[in-house]
Design a protein. Structure first.
Length: 708
């Protein structure tokens, strides 16, 4: 759900989505005796006002929270995301996971006394998916049969795969299995709606407490659509009213933490959220309670509006310029933590290892702080876009904490050359409206987990998602997300890996890095590889190391010396051990080298062999045969990476962008990237082809052609 404030933000870019794992600190009155208070009334605060009570249109955390209190869906979520039956009493799922039958209780009623039936769910879901409703959360229903056709206007909403069989049976047909479908059903977007009330008030429905129908534990009172306070009173028509002990909840908007603490101390609030200064002052107070939430705060960059923000280097520079650790520990000081990636921590675990998803998808460079590199990237990016000065406005909510965060980010970004940032603090509703319409340069945003699955975060950055306000788009990212939703939907392990792959892109897109793991670096491995080609004194061994320190390549040259072969060393650094070991050292290599044809190995001289290699590994010339024995990775930035892209693009007659994406998929393994483009296969298939041809790129491509 969209966060109402950014009290705990750190953001970097829409593609990497750098944020803070939300951690709140609350001062709270408690009754230590365990006995219920005589007066069952609770006084609470929110940081912003309610925007709507319309189930189909609510998208912000304040509005959704009120809907959880006032509406009842098929399920509720208990501790540790355990599903608890609400309106549903029994659920039957088909073996293929595409048909759900829900038996509903018959003793729940709307606040006007009318029974809640299966038809209320059917009406609600059809209304949400109807493109005329313009629901921001309609995409959550994408797995339901005919969703896409209804959304595009090709089919009427009545064709959505949901129907009522009598008053107590709801049947849902999916177009594909959805692993987390039951979790979705506990979310307000899937709650029922009373058709007669919605139609009675038309466009005004949900814009005031009196113009809304309720089937949950409470009914809202005294909200006219814009006021800063309201109350929830016990719903006497609710089926489980005997389990509800509270008589009333009073809410008021309190945007400033100091005001909230003052009201708490005067006993006008029973709980309030504290800022960093207050946490430090009250850390020994017995009433202080802490909790970890599932929210990520981030900064969206509008690539559609600001030309310079389309440039990867500019976006990366803005990311690297923000010190997330300092923001969490020194600015916020409220228990917030610097992020590991776009998906918040403590959300879900690896089905096999039980590791946190955020750890598996962690890309250090995606959330790093490196001001010197940021300055270099900004200069290069502005030059590439023909921009002399980047002047942008940072839009944020007008809460006190968010203002402080915005000021910190402004100061950090203006350390970059030729960057000017102006802050525009707006009321929540205004800020949200402008974000949704794309009327911003930079905006501080947040997302709280609606259900315990990484897709809840990752789907946001899919191309065309209604919450993707900055216009981020990545073909491989979209493929990974779609794969998790389609062919791997019923395979928990494969689906998890798809989402990790997407998370790696979301976390590291600005650096174009996945987790790069080199092959084993050992003298034994080098000897084994070279022995496979029966190295002789007439052979040439080319050893290349991007960093100049790779033990494998050093070992290769040592082995070449032992066999009397000619050793050629290539490195991007002056003081590489390769330079001392090689008979023919070339360090460093300068100038772009371009080859033609569908092979990286078509080189005429030993020197060109080295230049064209561009990566960590070794190459052997034995007679007229060239073999890649362990070409691994190119650096993720700089001249070498750019040269690799150009060579791949030229070799495969494709675009630089396609070459860049292929390198990304191949963990920057140059030959593998070429085979991926030429064969249009999977990573596993490309690796198998290279292995079968001893690393010959052209032969790998030919072998693929024969097999197909």
């Amino acid at each position: 759900m969209k966060g109402k404030h950014l009290g705990i933000l750190v953001g970097a870019a829409v593609v990497i989505a750098g944020g803070l794992a939300a951690c709140g600190t609350t001062s709270k009155s408690t009754n230590q005796s365990g006995q219920l208070a005589a007066k069952q009334v609770v006084n609470l605060s929110t940081k912003s006002e309610v925007t709507t009570l319309d189930v189909s249109k609510a998208a912000d955390s304040v509005s959704l929270t009120q809907l959880y209190h006032t509406q009842e869906g098929l399920y509720r979520l208990g501790k540790k995301e355990k599903l608890i039956n609400a309106m549903a009493t029994k659920t039957t799922v088909s073996k293929d996971g595409k048909r759900y039958v829900f038996k509903l209780r018959g003793n729940n009623h709307w606040n006007d006394g009318k029974p809640v039936t299966a038809k209320d769910f059917v009406y609600s879901w059809r209304r949400t998916v109807n493109p005329k409703t313009a629901s921001e959360y309609a995409y959550l229903m994408a797995g339901i049969k005919n969703y896409s056709q209804v959304q595009s206007g090709k089919l009427a909403p009545s064709q959505l795969g949901v129907k009522a069989q009598g008053t107590k049976t709801l049947v849902v047909t999916l177009s594909k299995p959805v692993a987390y479908f039951k979790l979705l059903l506990a979310f307000p977007t899937f709650f029922p709606q009373e058709q007669s009330v919605v139609e009675k008030y038309g466009s005004s429905y949900g814009h005031s407490s009196a113009q809304t129908a309720y089937d949950g534990p409470f009914v809202m009172k005294n909200w006219q659509g814009t006021n800063q306070s309201w109350k929830l009173v016990k719903n006497t028509k609710f089926w489980d009213k005997s389990a509800i002990t509270l008589k009333q909840l009073n809410f008021q908007v309190v945007a400033d933490a100091s005001t909230g603490l003052n009201l708490f101390q005067k006993k006008e609030l029973d709980a309030t959220t504290l800022d960093g200064t207050q946490v430090a002052n009250l850390k020994n107070n017995s009433e202080l309670k802490t909790f970890v939430g599932g929210t990520t705060y981030y900064m969206q960059m509008n690539q559609k509006k600001v030309k310079a923000l389309k440039n990867l280097k500019v976006r990366r520079a803005l990311s690297l310029a923000i010190d997330k650790q300092q923001l969490a520990k020194s600015v916020l000081r409220d228990g917030s933590k610097a992020p590991l990636g776009f998906v918040s921590q403590n959300l879900t675990q690896n089905p096999k290892t039980k590791k946190d998803f955020a750890t598996d998808a962690y890309v250090k460079s995606g959330v790093a702080y490196d001001l010197p590199q940021a300055k270099q990237l900004m200069k290069a990016g502005l030059k590439e876009t023909g921009t002399k000065k980047l002047t942008v406005t940072l839009m944020a909510d007008d809460t006190s904490v968010t203002k402080t965060v915005a000021q910190y980010i402004q100061a950090e970004l203006q350390k970059l050359p030729n960057v000017k940032v102006t802050i525009n603090s707006l009321p929540y509703k205004t800020r949200l409206s402008r974000s949704n319409s794309g009327n911003f340069d930079l905006v501080l945003s947040s997302w709280g987990a609606d259900f315990a699955d990484p897709i809840n975060f990752l789907s946001l950055m899919s191309t065309g998602n209604t919450n993707n306000n900055g216009g981020f788009s990545d073909a491989q990212y979209d493929r990974d997300v779609k794969k998790s939703e389609n062919q791997d939907a019923n395979n928990p392990t494969a689906r998890y890996q798809d989402l990790v792959n997407a998370g790696l892109i979301a976390g590291g897109e600005p650096a174009l890095t996945h987790t790069v793991k080199a092959a084993e670096d050992s003298i034994e491995l080098a000897q084994a590889d070279l022995a496979a080609v029966q190295l002789t004194a007439q052979d040439i061994v080319v050893a290349s190391a991007a960093s100049g320190q790779t033990p494998y390549t050093v070992a290769a040259l040592q082995y070449a010396q032992e066999k009397g072969a000619l050793g050629i060393g290539f490195s991007c650094v002056e003081d590489s051990p390769l330079a001392q070991l090689a008979d023919y050292p070339i360090t460093p290599v300068v100038g772009p080298e371009v080859i033609t044809g569908a092979t990286l190995l078509k080189a005429g001289t030993a020197e060109k062999m080295v230049l064209n290699m561009l990566s960590t590994g070794i190459m052997v010339k034995s007679g007229k045969v060239y073999q890649n024995l362990m070409i691994n990775v190119v650096p993720t930035n700089g001249k070498t990476f750019e040269r690799a892209k150009k060579i791949i693009a030229e070799a495969t007659q494709t675009s630089l962008l396609a070459a860049e994406r292929a390198l990304e998929r191949a963990n920057n393994h140059v030959p593998l990237a070429i085979v991926l483009i030429e064969t249009k296969g999977t990573i596993a298939e490309a690796k198998a082809l290279l292995a079968a041809t001893n690393g010959h790129v052209s032969q790998a491509v030919k072998l693929n052609d024969k097999q197909h």
